[in-house]
Design a protein around this ligand. Structure first.
Ligand code: NDP
Length: 290
C-alpha cells in the first residue's frame, strides 16, 4: 500500500514515522526541509510537488484547520486515482468537512474525517483514539493504516461527525482545565498546595485527564511543554460552540469556556502550550499552582 502523509507538525511527524516503518510512505510539508529531515530520520520519501503523490492509495493529512486541507486537496485531488481514500486527521470544521467530502467525491476520492485524540505521546506510541465520520466501506479499506496509528477507532457517524465529536471532546478538555485551575487557585489561597490537592482529587470523583496528567506533568512542574498550541485548543472550542449552536442547544458553560479560551489566546499568544491558560486564573487570583 502506498501512503501520502501531508503535514509533518507535532502530530503528523510521529504518525508518518510509524507509517513509514510499515508502508511505502511519501511525505509532503509546507516547509520542505521538515519533509527532507523526516525522510532522513524515518525512511519516508520526501516530495516537494503535491502532484508527486498522485499514485498513492491513501492520503493522510494533519493540518491546523479544514481550510488548509481544502487548499491542498484542490491541487492534489484532480491528480489522484479513482477510489483513493483521503484520511483527514485534522481537527476540523464539520460543515467544511462535509463540503470537502462532496468535492473529493466528485473527483472519485473517498474522504473520511478522522481526527485523533491522545496527543504527541499517543501519536508516537501508535495508540491514538480516532473518531471517524464517513462511509463504512472506505473505512474498511484503510483499516491497516489506522491499525498502525491507533489504539482505538470508532466509526461515529456520517461525514462531519468525527469533526463534531473531536470539537466537543476538546471543549470538555478546556472546561476541565479551567474548572480545575479555579478550584486549585482557591485551595492555594486556603493553604493547600496544588500537588497535595491533586493527591486527593486523583483518588476521588473530581479527577479528569487534566488533573491526572496535565496538572501533575505540566502545571505543577511549571514545565508547560509545548505539544498542543493554545490557539488550536481555542479553535476546537470555537468549533464545538458552532456545533452546539447549529443543534440549537443552549450551552452557557461551553459558551463561557469558548470566550475565556479566546481571551487567553489574546493575553498569552496562541503559540504557548494549551495548559498555559491556567496562568489567567493564577494572575487573577495572585497565586501559582504548585
Ligand atoms: P502543528 O502546528 O505542530 O503543525 C501544523 C502543520 O500544518 C505543519 O506541518 C505546518 O507546516 C502545516 N501547515 C500550517 N499551515 C499550513 C498551510 N497554510 N498549508 C500547508 N500546511 C500548513 O500542529 P499539530 O500537529 O499540533 O496539529 C495538527 C492538527 O492536529 C490540528 O488540527 C490540531 O488541532 C490537531 N491535534 C493536535 C494535537 C496535539 O497534541 N498537538 C492532538 C490532537 C489533535 P510547516 O512546517 O510549514 O509550518
Amino acid at each position: 500500500m502506498r501512503i501520502a502523509y501531508i503535514g509533518l507538525g507535532a502530530m503528523g511527524r510521529p504518525m508518518a514515522a510509524n507509517l513509514a516503518a510499515r508502508f511505502d510512505t511519501r511525505v509532503w510539508n509546507r516547509t520542505a526541509s521538515v519533509a527532507e529531515q523526516h525522510a532522513r530520520e524515518h525512511g519516508s520519501t520526501a516530495v516537494t510537488d503535491l502532484t508527486d503523490l498522485a499514485d498513492v492509495d491513501v492520503v493522510c493529512s494533519c493540518l491546523p484547520t479544514t481550510v488548509e486541507v481544502e487548499a491542498v486537496a484542490r491541487v492534489l485531488a484532480p491528480a489522484l486515482g479513482e477510489g483513493t481514500v483521503w484520511l483527514d486527521h485534522t481537527s476540523g470544521d464539520p460543515q467544511q468537512a462535509r463540503d470537502l467530502a462532496a468535492y473529493l467525491g466528485s473527483e472519485g476520492v473517498d474522504y473520511l474525517d478522522a481526527p485523533v485524540s491522545g496527543g504527541t505521546r499517543g501519536a508516537e506510541a501508535g495508540a491514538l483514539t480516532v473518531m471517524v465520520g464517513g462511509d463504512g466501506d472506505a473505512l474498511g479499506e484503510v483499516a491497516a493504516v489506522l491499525d498502525v496509528v491507533a489504539g482505538r477507532v470508532v466509526h461515529v457517524g456520517p461525514s462531519g461527525a468525527g469533526m463534531a465529536v473531536k470539537a466537543v471532546n476538546n471543549a470538555l478538555l478546556a472546561a476541565s482545565l479551567w474548572a480545575a485551575a479555579e478550584g486549585f487557585a482557591a485551595l492555594e489561597q486556603a493553604g493547600v498546595p496544588t500537588s497535595v490537592a491533586l493527591e486527593v482529587v486523583n483518588a476521588s470523583s473530581g479527577r479528569s485527564n487534566a488533573t491526572e496528567n496535565l496538572f501533575p506533568e505540566r502545571v505543577v512542574t511549571r514545565a508547560f511543554p509545548n505539544t498542543f498550541a493554545l490557539s488550536l485548543l481555542a479553535k476546537d472550542v470555537g468549533l464545538a460552540r458552532a456545533t452546539l449552536d447549529a443543534g440549537g442547544v443552549e450551552a452557557p458553560i461551553l459558551h463561557l469556556v469558548d470566550r475565556l479560551t479566546a481571551d487567553a489566546v489574546e493575553a498569552l499568544g496562541g503559540d504557548v502550550d494549551h495548559t498555559e491558560l491556567v496562568r489567567m486564573v493564577e494572575r487573577a487570583a495572585g497565586v501559582e499552582l504548585r
